[in-house]
Design a protein around this ligand. Structure first.
Ligand SMILES: [Zn+2]
Ligand SMILES: [Zn+2]
Length: 382
C-alpha cells in the first residue's frame, strides 16, 4: 500500500471484509447486529464463516463487566465454522474445511507451553486486546476471548483452529470449542477423577454437565450433581449423575449420607462464586481434591482459615480450559463423541439467530437452559 494513501483508503484496504456481527458497545448494554469490517487475512491467518456458536457463561461475564473486555467488542468463543480464505503460509487447510475455533492459541515457545501446560500460554489469549475489525464509522473492534463468533465471519491465526472430521456434526464441534472440553477436561485432565470415586459438581450449566460426563467416563460411581434450579435434574441424570441434589440447607446432610459421612473425593465448583466455592470445599472429604472451574470476579474474596487449609489437607486447584491442549487432545474428544461415551446433544436447549443473543444471555443469567446454538451465517445442514 502506498504511504501516500489517505486514511480512508488505508482502512478500506486493511479491513476489506464486511460482515454482520452482534456488537457490544457498553458494559451491560445490548449487543446490536451491525456491519463490521474484518481485517485482511494475514499470511498465517484463516478467515472462517461461523456456522454455529454456543452462548457461554463467560460471554455473560464479559458482557456484564465481571470479566474485563475492551469495547466495542464482538463476543462469542464456542464455535464451529468453515474456512473461506487462507493466508499464503497456511498449507494444511483449504477452503470448505470445517474447524473448531479455539480461545487459547498456544505460542509453543513460552514457559508454560514448553512445560506441558499450553492452556496457560503467556500470550494465548492476548489477541482479545488487539483490534481485529472496524465499525462502519471506523472505531476499532475487539474479539471477545480472541474469537468473536457472534458474527458471520472472523479472522484468526491458523493455530487458533482445529480441523473437524467429516463424521462429527457442526453442532457437536461447536460445543467442543469451550464447555465440553473444559468440563470433561476438568474431570479427566485437571482432577484425574479415579475409578470408583465419589464426585460432587456444583453448577449445572454446559461446563458442569460436561464435568458429570467426564466423571462418568472416568468411572466414578457416586456422582452428585447440585444446582439451584430443580429443572436441571433430568439433564444431570442423563449426563451421568447418580444423584441430583437441590442447592438448599439439606445439601450437606445429603452429601454426607451418600459418602459414608466423609464428603466427596472430588469436588468441582462450576459457578465461580464465593458461596459455591466454600460449599464445594466443605463438601469434599479430608484429603480430597477441589477443582475450581467457574470463573470468579477479581473482587470476590473467598475466606479460608489457616487451620482448615492445614487440617483438611485438601488440594484446591484452578482449572483453565480443562487443562486441555486442543491440538493434541481433540482427537480423543472426537472419538468419545463417535463412540457415544460423550453425548453433546443433551446440552443443547435452544437454537437462535445472531439477533437473539441478548435474550439468550438473559436466560443464562437467570439459570435457565444450558446451551443455545446461534447460527450467525445462516442455515447449517450438518
Ligand atoms: Zn466458554
Ligand atoms: Zn505459549
Amino acid at each position: 500500500m502506498s504511504v501516500q494513501a489517505d486514511g480512508d483508503t488505508e482502512i478500506r484496504a486493511d479491513y476489506p471484509h464486511a460482515v454482520r456481527a452482534a456488537v457490544l458497545r457498553s458494559v451491560g448494554g445490548p449487543m446490536v447486529v451491525e456491519t463490521i469490517k474484518l481485517k485482511a487475512v494475514g499470511r498465517g491467518d484463516v478467515r472462517v464463516r461461523i456456522e454455529q456458536t454456543g452462548v457461554c457463561h463467560s460471554d455473560l461475564s464479559l458482557a456484564t463487566g465481571k470479566l474485563a473486555q475492551n469495547l466495542p467488542a464482538v463476543l462469542g468463543h464456542e464455535a464451529c465454522g468453515t474456512v473461506v480464505e487462507t493466508g499464503a503460509d497456511v498449507t494444511d487447510l483449504t477452503e470448505g474445511q470445517r474447524v473448531i475455533l479455539l480461545w487459547i492459541t498456544p505460542c509453543r515457545e513460552c514457559f508454560p507451553c514448553t512445560h506441558g501446560q499450553p492452556y496457560l500460554c503467556e500470550t494465548g489469549s492476548s489477541r482479545s486486546t488487539e483490534p481485529y475489525a472496524l465499525t462502519e464509522s471506523g472505531e476499532p473492534v475487539y474479539p471477545g476471548l480472541t474469537v468473536g463468533s457472534f458474527a458471520e465471519q472472523t479472522v484468526v491465526p491458523r493455530g487458533a483452529v482445529v480441523a473437524v472430521p467429516n463424521d462429527i456434526t457442526t453442532a457437536d464441534a461447536a460445543l467442543l470449542g469451550c464447555a465440553v472440553t473444559t468440563g470433561v477436561g476438568a474431570a479427566i485432565h485437571t482432577a484425574h477423577v479415579s475409578s470408583g470415586s465419589s464426585v460432587l459438581v456444583i453448577g449445572l450449566g454446559g461446563v458442569g454437565l460436561s464435568v458429570l460426563q467426564g466423571a462418568r467416563m472416568a468411572g466414578a460411581t457416586t456422582i452428585m450433581a447440585v444446582d439451584r434450579n430443580p429443572d436441571k435434574a433430568e439433564q444431570a441424570l442423563a449426563a451421568g449423575a447418580t444423584h441430583f441434589l437441590p442447592a438448599d440447607d439439606q445439601l450437606k446432610k445429603a452429601v454426607r449420607a451418600l459418602t459414608e459421612k466423609r464428603g466427596a473425593d472430588f469436588g468441582f465448583d462450576c459457578v465461580g462464586a464465593p458461596p459455591t466455592i466454600r460449599d464445594t470445599w466443605s463438601l469434599t472429604r479430608r484429603g480430597g481434591a477441589v477443582t475450581l472451574v467457574g470463573i470468579g470476579g477479581k473482587d470476590d474474596a473467598v475466606p479460608f482459615s489457616a487451620l482448615e487449609l492445614f487440617h483438611f489437607a485438601r488440594t484446591l486447584r484452578g482449572c483453565v480450559a480443562g487443562s486441555v491442549d486442543a491440538e493434541s487432545d481433540m482427537a480423543q474428544f472426537f472419538d468419545w463423541v463417535r463412540s457415544g461415551q460423550l453425548d453433546l446433544r443433551g446440552l443443547v436447549t435452544g437454537h437462535g439467530q445472531l439477533s437473539d443473543v441478548d435474550h439468550v444471555l438473559h436466560e443464562l443469567a437467570a439459570g435457565r437452559g444450558v446451551r443455545t446454538l446461534l447460527t450467525p451465517a445462516g442455515k447449517v445442514t450438518l
